[in-house]
Design a protein around this ligand. Structure first.
Ligand SMILES: C[S@@+](CC[C@H](N)C(=O)[O-])C[C@H]1O[C@@H](n2cnc3c(N)ncnc32)[C@H](O)[C@@H]1O
Length: 201
């Protein structure tokens, strides 16, 4: 967690993955309430992003869950921090707590798999920070007039994996998924709007 510690030194905002996990264990009641949002991202699904993200960027998972995204990037020579509402209400991405606004100020890019039930709110909030961000979402997220307006205004681009992503649910790596996910990118200014990527499970 070298990078994480370095960032913590400057801001005192981030928690190590171990601290995040401890905190989550202590929040079982909340966890139950948010059960449908408890899909943790496996590393193989995060890997395609590496190609598009400069190594000197500070990355922030604003809904980090068990910390897989933070862990992946910190293990691959990036600096990544994580916050989650399960740690405390002050980490609620949708509210102007200093944890949230300071993390947003100090990061170069937000990367998360947003809670299924709040994806529109997360999208609108991330856009308001005016920084590049990458959200892993069900491909059906392209639906709804409200979200299409957001995508159109913000110039959304896509990374389309060649396979469905199977998530980690309650600590168990599932072997299949009933939906197809893609990375929705904002502020990356890629040459193509649709980018096909390989994932290796
Ligand atoms: C689908 S999980 C993703 C976890 C992690 N980002 C990953 O990809 O492995 C969504 C997470 O969003 C968190 N969450 C839900 N509402 C939130 C909010 N308003 N602010 C911050 N985190 C929130 C949940 O606690 C959950 O851990």
């Amino acid at each position: 967690m070298k990078a994480l510690e370095a960032f913590r030194g400057s801001s005192n905002l981030s928690l190590s993955v171990k601290e995040i996990k401890m905190s989550l264990l202590n929040q079982k009641t909340n966890k139950k309430e948010l059960k449908n949002d408890n899909y943790q991202t496996p590393w193989y699904a995060i890997k395609p992003l590496e190609k598009y993200i400069p190594r000197d960027w500070i990355l922030w998972d604003c809904a980090c869950g068990d910390g897989n995204i933070v862990e992946f990037f910190n293990n691959n020579s990036y600096s990544a921090i994580g916050t989650d509402i399960l740690i405390s209400n002050e980490h609620d991405f949708l509210v102007d707590w200093h944890f949230v606004t300071n993390s947003a100020d100090e990061c170069d890019c937000i990367i998360t798999n947003p809670p299924f039930s709040l994806k529109t709110e997360f999208l609108e909030r991330a856009i308001a920070f005016n920084k590049p961000f990458a959200f892993l979402m069900n491909i059906t997220s392209i639906e709804t007039q409200r979200r299409q307006k957001v995508f159109q205004d913000a110039g959304m681009q896509l990374l389309l994996p060649n396979k469905r992503i199977s998530y980690i649910v309650d600590g168990v790596q599932t072997t299949s998924s009933w939906f197809y996910s893609a990375w929705f990118l904002f502020g990356f200014n890629l040459e193509h709007d649709i980018n096909y990527v390989e994932i290796n499970k």
